[in-house]
Design a protein around this ligand. Structure first.
Ligand SMILES: [Zn+2]
Ligand SMILES: [Zn+2]
Length: 154
């Protein structure tokens, strides 16, 4: 279910939103938008900001500000992640997937499941139109799971 979406199309949505909200169309904001567009990963503001420094100098405040704008126009989503830093992910051009979140370290993994996908797709509501969905499973990753002590017997 991967949709091919061009950067131009994303840029149009973003530009229209900036225009509507009377926000400035700065090159910094577009640089951040492009960086997010090119990435497939979940990201947090600080890592994104430091990753960008070699190509384009942007301040952390601008990164946060642009993230807020992109959240508002639904180009990215904020995940209910555990831990200190909020993680985000682009909403466009990604295959429908679900998340496994470690409730101890906040580590996240993605998985896909055809059965869940088919099941949720067949669910329709008379007074609600579903556009997308996301599923979060919480638990402990391998690193955080208490290690079973190897028995010396046997
Ligand atoms: Zn963990
Ligand atoms: Zn994801």
């Amino acid at each position: 279910m991967k949709e091919e979406i061009t950067y131009e199309a994303i840029k149009e949505v973003f530009t229209a939103y900036l225009h509507k909200k009377k926000l400035r169309k700065t090159p910094e904001r577009y640089a951040i938008l492009e960086k997010i567009y090119l990435s497939e990963a979940h990201f947090d503001a600080e890592t994104l900001c430091s990753d960008m420094q070699t190509e384009y100098r942007v301040s952390l405040a601008t990164v946060y500000n642009t993230i807020e704008i992109m959240l508002d126009c639904s180009l990215i989503v904020k995940h209910p992640f555990v831990g200190l830093t909020s993680k985000y992910e682009k909403t466009f051009g990604k295959t429908t997937h679900h998340h496994l979140i470690c409730s101890k370290c906040g580590n996240v993994r993605e998985f896909t499941d055809k059965k869940i996908q088919t099941m949720l797709k067949s669910k329709t509501f008379a007074t609600f139109e579903t556009t997308h969905y996301s599923l979060y499973l919480y638990g402990l990753c391998n690193k955080c799971k208490p290690q079973k002590k190897k028995s010396l017997k046997n």
